[in-house]
Design a protein around this ligand. Structure first.
Ligand code: 5AD
Ligand code: FES
Length: 350
C-alpha cells in the first residue's frame, strides 16, 4: 500500500471507523514511518479515552497445577520437569492483603486449570479478600462450568480473564489438544451473562499464525466487546512441543497493542509481562502505543520460579516489595502516573 493510503487508513481508524480484516492486517504489518504513525494515533486515542493513569493489578499465581496440555505452555500437564505447587487459601488472602498495602487497587488470582483449590475454597478466598480489603478481584483460572463462574461471581469476584489465545479454530484445536475455540467462546459468553467485567486476548507469533489471523483476533475482541484485552508475544518454552519454534517479536506485538487501542478505544490494555520478558523496554514501549495497565507480580518469591509459562520471565527473583517501586518508576519514567482505586472499566463507572 502507498504511504498516503497508509496515513488515510490510520486516520480512519483513529476516527473510529470499522476496519475490514484486510485493512487491519495491513496496519498489523507496518514498519518504519507507518508504524510510528500507528503508534502515535494509538497513543492519542489512549490519552483521550482512558487518560494518563496506569492501573496496577497485582498478580497472584496461586497454583501451577494444570489438567490441560497446551502445546505452547510451560506448565502443561505432560511437563514432568515442573514442580507443582498450590498456595493455601490463607496464603492467597495474605498475598492479596499485602498487594493492597503496596498500593494496588486490584488483584488477579491466576492458576493452571486444575482443582488446586476446590470451587468452594476459591469462593471463600474471594469472599475473604472482598471483606478485608477494598480490592477489585479478578479471576484467571481457565475454562470452567457456568455454575462455578456463577458461584465465584456471587462470592464477589468482579472480573475474569480468559484469553481466547487464537481466533483460528484449526490452530486453536492443534495447540490445545482436546479443546475447541467454540467452547472457550461459550465460557466467555457465560462470564458476560453473569455480569463479570471480561478480559480476553491472544498471543502474537504462534507458529501457523498470519497477519489475517491476527486481524481476526482483534475483530473477535471487538465482537466480544471486552473490557480488557491482553496481548503478548508467544515465547517458546523448553520441554514443550513448540520448544524450537521462533518467538513472536516485540514489533509485531506492539502493532497488535496499537490496533486494539484503535479498534476498542475504551478497553483496558496491559503492557504484558511477556512483552517485558522478550524486550528490555517492552512494557515501556507498550505504554507509549496504547497500553494503560501493568500487572506486577505479587506471588511470594519462593513460588515464582515454578510458574514459568515461558522461559526468561522477568521478576523471578524479586519479592512483591521489589516490584512495586520498580513499576512505579517505570510508569513515571514514561511521563504517566499510577492510577489509584480499583480501576474498573470506564463503562462501569460512567
Ligand atoms: N508464551 C507466551 N505466553 C504464554 N501463555 C501461555 N504460554 C505462553 C508462552 N509460551 C499465555 C497464554 C495464557 C496466559 C496466562 O499466558 O495466552 O492465556
Ligand atoms: Fe518486578 Fe520491575 S516489576 S522488578
Amino acid at each position: 500500500m502507498m504511504r498516503k493510503d497508509v496515513s488515510a487508513l490510520i486516520q480512519r481508524a483513529e476516527a473510529g471507523a470499522d476496519l475490514a480484516r484486510e485493512e487491519l492486517a495491513c496496519l498489523l504489518s507496518l514498519e518504519g514511518e507507518g508504524q510510528k504513525a500507528l503508534f502515535a494515533a494509538a497513543d492519542r486515542v489512549r490519552a483521550r479515552t482512558v487518560g494518563d493513569g496506569v492501573h496496577l493489578r497485582g498478580l497472584i499465581e496461586f497454583s501451577n497445577i494444570c489438567r490441560m496440555d497446551c502445546c505452547y505452555c510451560g506448565i502443561r500437564r505432560s511437563n514432568r520437569r515442573v514442580r507443582r505447587y498450590r498456595m493455601t487459601p490463607g496464603e492467597i488472602v495474605e498475598a492479596a492483603q499485602s498487594a493492597s498495602r503496596l498500593g494496588y487497587g486490584s488483584v488477579v488470582l491466576q492458576s493452571g486449570e486444575g482443582d488446586a483449590l476446590n470451587p468452594e475454597e476459591l469462593a471463600g478466598v474471594v469472599r475473604e479478600i472482598k471483606a478485608t480489603t477494598p480490592l477489585a478481584v479478578t479471576l484467571s483460572v481457565g475454562e470452567r462450568t457456568r455454575e462455578e463462574y456463577a458461584l465465584w461471581r456471587e462470592a464477589g469476584a468482579d472480573r475474569f480473564l480468559l484469553r481466547h489465545e487464537t481466533a483460528d479454530p484449526d490452530l486453536f484445536a492443534r495447540l490445545r489438544p482436546g479443546r475447541r475455540l467454540e467452547q472457550r467462546l461459550q465460557c466467555l459468553q457465560w462470564l458476560r451473562e453473569l455480569g463479570y467485567q471480561v478480559g480476553s486476548g491472544f498471543m502474537v507469533g504462534l507458529p501457523g499464525q498470519t497477519a489475517l489471523t491476527l486481524a481476526d483476533d482483534i475483530l473477535l475482541l471487538k465482537r466480544l466487546n471486552v473490557e480488557m484485552a491482553g496481548i503478548g508475544p508467544f515465547i517458546p518454552a523448553p520441554d514443550t512441543p513448540l520448544a524450537d519454534a521462533p518467538a513472536g517479536t516485540a514489533q509485531q506485538t506492539l502493532n497488535a497493542v496499537a490496533c486494539v487501542r484503535l479498534v476498542i478505544p475504551d478497553a483496558h490494555v496491559p503492557a504484558t509481562t511477556a512483552l517485558g520478558s522478550i524486550h528490555p523496554r517492552g512494557r515501556q514501549l507498550a505504554l507509549a502505543c496504547g497500553a494503560n495497565v501493568i500487572m506486577p507480580n505479587v506471588t511470594p518469591g519462593r513460588y515464582r520460579e515454578h510458574y514459568q509459562l515461558y522461559p526468561n520471565k522477568i521478576c523471578l527473583r524479586e519479592e512483591p516489595e521489589h516490584c512495586a517501586p520498580c513499576v512505579t518508576a517505570l510508569v513515571l519514567g514514561e511521563g504517566r502516573f499510577v492510577a489509584t482505586g480499583p480501576g474498573h472499566s470506564p463503562r462501569w463507572t460512567a
